[in-house]
Write a new protein. Structure first.
Length: 385
């Protein structure tokens, strides 16, 4: 392998390691409003290791994946441990999602599992042969699994060709697979009959800022390529799509819009500073940048709809992705505040101060509850009931 390739890959891998702690998939939540005046901490538990991904509620069970520990199922109302699941190899603690019935999660050595959230029992196991360290996208009986040849706890393989797998949620059987020319694929996003997935690839051409990345549009019926788009934006953090536009944020911290039908570039919007990830709803993309601003962007044009400035210090930025609950945008800040603003106008609604000042990721919101975990291994449950 040429020396320049090694140098480029090492630089890209360092970027990857820095951003994996912040990335998470877009999440939307159309449930009832949360009453900020009544929101309070109902319980907290120590799970023994840092939590690098937001806890996930499935029914009355809260899924938590402490780093290098067994998977846990906690009682939503009390935080009490209901079950513990050890698959015999390391669980990739950010690699899980659910269809509301089963939990799907990647494990070390290329394994992929479905787990019953009520009991913590393994339902099926698939051997992909490639590790999956990021959340899948689950829809209509299919779990779309991104894979990687680089990440925490792995030896980097810059010439690896990461695969997007479409697996049956019922059996884990492969429906189709798409082999990319990237060494890593980020969490995909499905819109209509097309699933979009992006990631980095190694190229000997040196780039001063950013890195080589590709965005793929794939037909969900058979896994065939519709189009691919290349840029020098670097490691991709998150993709969101509508029927007309695919948007993403990558290392260079520009929000980019690409034509969903052709892959042609449409617009490019400067985020102003480092951005951990994004989420979208309809024609609006939401994200927070390290200059303490939270933004709502029109995905059709890349223009700003509103900007909200987080107070309490120059480094009090948004962690992870904001959550949309009814017409409110709710998010966690770097100093441990849960903040709500109006999703249409950006006007401040309320904030609640927590003790989770060591959080590495954002929150999850479900059925009147807000859950978060921090770098000290503490998981919190907040409710307005």
């Amino acid at each position: 392998m040429p020396m320049i390739l090694n140098k480029v890959f090492r630089s890209g891998l360092l970027t990857l390691m820095l951003f994996l702690t912040a990335c998470q998939p877009s999440q939307q939540n159309g449930q009832r409003k949360i009453d900020g005046d009544s929101l309070h901490e109902a319980w907290r538990v120590d799970v023994g290791a840092p939590v690098n991904h937001p806890p996930l509620r499935i029914g009355d069970v809260l899924i938590v994946a402490p780093i290098d520990k067994p998977l846990l199922g906690l009682d939503v109302n009390t935080g009490k441990t209901l079950w513990s699941f050890d698959p015999g190899v390391r669980i990739w603690e950010r690699a899980y999602a659910s269809d509301g019935k089963s939990l799907f999660i990647g494990v070390e050595d290329g394994g992929y599992l479905a787990v019953d959230p009520a009991t913590g029992k393994e339902i099926w196991r698939a051997e992909l042969g490639i590790n999956s360290q990021m959340p899948p996208f689950v829809s209509n009986g299919v779990v779309y699994v991104p894979t990687t040849f680089a990440g925490p706890g792995m030896l980097g393989k810059p010439d690896g060709k990461a695969v997007l797998f479409a697996l049956s949620t019922q059996t884990g059987g492969e429906i189709w697979s798409f082999e990319s020319d990237n060494y890593i694929l980020q969490t995909p996003y499905l819109e209509g009959n097309t699933i979009y997935v992006a990631g980095s690839f190694t190229d000997p051409r040196v780039i001063d800022e950013g890195g080589h990345m590709r965005l793929y549009a794939i037909n969900i019926s058979d896994g065939s390529l519709v189009w691919k788009y290349e840029s020098e934006d670097g490691f991709t953090k998150q993709v969101y799509a509508t029927g007309d536009v695919v948007s993403y944020i990558a290392y260079q911290d520009f929000l980019v819009g690409v034509d969903a039908k052709t892959g042609d570039p449409l617009w490019r919007s400067d985020t102003g500073n480092w951005v951990p990830t994004l989420m979208g709803s309809g024609d609006v993309v939401y994200y927070g940048s390290a200059n303490t601003n939270v933004h709502a962007i029109d995905i059709k044009t890349g223009s700003t709809i509103w900007t909200f400035n987080i107070t309490e210090g120059s480094f009090n930025y948004l962690l992870g992705a904001p959550m949309l609950v009814d017409s409110d945008l709710i998010f966690l800040t770097q100093v441990g505040e849960i903040v709500s603003v109006d999703a249409d106008t950006g006007e401040f609604n309320w904030q609640v101060v927590t003790d989770a000042a060591a959080s590495r990721t954002g929150i999850s919101v479900a059925n009147g509850w807000i859950f978060l975990g921090d770098g000290n291994g503490i998981v919190f449950g907040f409710t307005d009931k």
